[in-house]
Design a binder for this molecule. Structure first.
Ligand code: 9Z3
Length: 310
């Protein structure tokens, strides 16, 4: 088999500012910025705290006219579940979209003209619906979408910079699984890579380390929590602490791919502890986010209090 060595990667680490200069911003960015400004202004005036939760994976295209892309693992469950706990909400749509049921399974035909909720689900759905409607009515949830690495990074920079005015009252909960490698636009081939040329060898650049400007420049007063995903248990604590030391933010939550729904490790400057579900909790469908979020709320309280003392 022949291999096509298409692209030359580089070991040089690209500066985050250079990234924003070399890549064009997504066309949805201006609209999203308007939505975020409105949301932040409204809740800032009411003296509320705001949490930015990033969730899901990013993709990196391998062709400018993209037919193929590389994806990062994430079902987006951590972020979606976590978004519900600050309000003590029961799950909303994720339980219907992530279930093996088709959404039509939740419905029944009442007569020729009307449908209703299947009684087997109506009790649970009713409580979810009530809480969902409360969130909608109070406009306490704003959902923005991203697909590619570039969508994500431009959005992250804009949202954090808009939220900077909240100072310590903002929390940044970075659970998205962000690509570590990408092909810069100017090095990417324009058209679909042809399979007739044989195998494909890709060489990719390292994605700039965005936590650095985020912590130091974009939101230096914010309470910042990042996640570290590993598959090798022996690396988890070491790599999580390494990230905390490197970026100097408040908490790294380490998790392993296979046990991420059952166990996480909190790494702070002066502590390290596990949060784990018991067998009993697992049986009762307790979600680990119901333990993670209250712990973070306590620490965020302290963060705000300490800032007031200073
Ligand atoms: C995580 O570690 C999340 O907890 C998961 C959640 C992606 C594992 P799901 O979405 O899974 O519920 O299916 N997110 C961070 C992953 C990541 O890429 N972190 C970077 C790294 O590990 C640092 S920011 O190097």
């Amino acid at each position: 088999m022949t291999t096509t060595n298409l692209l030359e990667g580089t070991n040089e680490i690209i500066n985050p500012d250079t990234y924003f200069q070399d890549n064009s911003q997504p066309c949805s960015l201006p609209d999203n910025e308007i939505k975020v400004k409105e949301f932040v202004n409204k809740h800032d005036r009411a003296g509320r705290r705001i949490v930015l939760i990033t969730s899901g994976g990013t993709t990196v295209p391998i062709e400018n006219n993209t037919v193929r892309f590389l994806d990062n693992f994430s079902a987006g469950t951590r972020g979606a579940t976590s978004a519900e706990y600050p309000f003590y909400l029961q799950p909303f749509s994720r339980h219907y979209t992530h279930s093996t049921n088709c959404f039509l399974d939740y419905m029944e035909l009442k007569d020729d003209d009307n449908i209703e909720v299947n009684p087997n689900y109506s009790q649970k759905m009713k409580s979810v619906l009530k809480k969902y409607q409360k969130v909608k009515q109070e406009e306490t949830l704003l959902i923005l979408n991203f697909v590619t690495l570039s969508d994500y990074l431009f959005l992250l920079r804009s949202v954090t910079q808009i939220m900077a005015c909240l100072k310590e009252r903002a929390m940044y909960y970075l659970a998205a699984a962000v690509s570590d490698f990408f092909i810069p636009a100017q090095k990417m081939v324009q058209h679909k890579i042809q399979s007739a040329e044989g195998g494909l060898t890709l060489s990719m650049d390292q994605v700039p380390k965005f936590l650095k400007p985020l912590v130091n420049n974009w939101v230096p007063e914010g309470f910042i929590v990042s996640f570290k995903l590993e598959t090798d248990p022996s690396l988890l604590v070491y790599k999580s602490r390494q990230a905390l030391t490197k970026y100097g933010h408040q908490i790294v939550i380490g998790n392993l791919l296979t046990t991420r729904k059952l166990e996480v490790v909190f790494i702070t400057k002066d502590s390290e502890f596990k949060i784990k579900l018991t067998e009993h909790e697992v049986k009762n469908e307790i979600e680990i986010e119901s333990k993670i979020i209250p712990e973070l709320v306590i620490r965020h309280d302290e963060w705000i209090k300490n800032a007031e003392i200073k």
